[in-house]
Design a protein around this ligand. Structure first.
Ligand code: NAD
Length: 301
């Protein structure tokens, strides 16, 4: 099993900065790469803010914060950031063409021994691997949001991923204090294959007038011990993201049970995307994640 010391993270958005944070905190040398200078600046600011939160909670000390930040270097060009990497974790925008083009570049510029991982939520690892000449070294590392807090990494074995790649990635996950779970490469993997139909069913229950937003969420919170109701969770994930993943499940399996609820489609078309839009199944205080009230639904009023 190869020893990973240098990690490059491509994409400095919501997930990329969290992934850079956890590797740097555990003493890996991290190159954080983004084509947007603004995203790099925001990514570093978020890492600093999250480290301060960990210090306030008593989980880390001030010296850990300085050490973590010193372990991160930023780059705006992939070729510069990955040239010495043992492991690259791609966490760029969820778009097939963008991922294929990044993996072609990674294959050209990362050392031939480097493992190329993707944090994609829904794109086939096997297809992404085909963009490279090293498919046995391509794998899925599906981190959960927020990365510094969530323990799970879904490790996805593409059709041609080699056992040495899997073993190295499992050991890297443990080295950053995460729990890896190995799964095979089928639409939605495991997390989204189970979560998204549940969210879709919650939306159908609202659409068919079985119950209101707060009632549905309360049943799942108090009845099933979920920390957050499925409609509130959908607002956090983004309704556009939920719709895109349901379409991947629907297309990938060709099974009508994954068909997205028409209310979800309408809400996405109306721009009611959840927390990031200020309105979804709930209304939110502008610029904050705090919910105010359940939104009103025209099909029931
Ligand atoms: P995001 O939009 O917050 O960040 C994406 C970043 O990628 C942006 O900063 C963008 O500038 C950068 N980028 C785009 N093209 C690039 C390129 N060619 N080279 C370098 N950087 C580039 O997205 P996100 O929510 O962090 O999602 C990233 C990935 O993680 C996606 O594949 C997504 O499906 C997956 N994911 C997201 C979540 C989540 O809850 N947000 C959870 C699990 C997995």
């Amino acid at each position: 099993m190869s020893q990973v010391k240098k990690v490059a993270v491509v994409g400095s958005g919501t997930m990329g900065n969290g992934i850079a944070h956890v590797f740097a905190q555990h003493d890996f040398a991290v190159s954080l790469i983004d084509t947007s200078a603004d995203a790099l600046k925001k990514g570093l600011a978020t890492i600093e803010k999250n480290l301060e939160r960990q210090i306030k909670k008593g989980v880390l000390q001030e010296s850990d914060k300085q050490r973590t930040l010193a372990n991160i270097r930023t780059f705006s060009v992939i070729a510069d950031g990955v040239k010495e990497a043992d492991l690259v974790v791609e966490a760029a925008t969820e778009n097939t063409d963008i991922k294929f083009s990044i993996f072609r570049e990674l294959d050209l510029h990362a050392p031939p021994t480097a493992i190329l991982a993707t944090n994609t939520s829904s794109i086939s690892i096997t297809r992404i691997a085909n963009a490279t000449k090293r498919p046995e070294q391509v794998i899925g590392m599906h981190f959960m949001n927020p990365v510094p807090v969530m323990e799970l990494v879904e490790v996805i074995r593409g059709y041609r991923t080699g056992q040495a790649t899997i073993d190295t990635v499992l050991s890297c996950c443990r080295a950053i204090a995460k729990t890896p779970v190995e799964v095979n490469d089928y639409p939605g993997f495991v997390a989204n294959r189970i979560l998204m139909p549940m969210i879709n069913e919650a939306i159908y229950s609202l659409y068919e007038g079985v119950a209101g937003v707060e009632e549905i969420d309360t049943v799942m919170k108090l009845g099933m011990s979920h920390p957050m109701g499925p409609l509130h969770l959908a607002d956090f994930i983004g309704l556009d993201v939920c719709l895109a993943i349901l379409r991947v499940l629907h297309d990938g399996f060709g099974n009508p049970k994954y068909a997205p609820c028409p209310l979800l489609i309408n809400m996405v078309e109306a721009g009611h995307l959840g927390v990031k839009a200020g309105v979804g199944f709930y209304e939110y205080t502008p610029g904050s994640k705090e919910k105010i009230v359940a939104a009103r639904f025209s099909n029931r009023q």
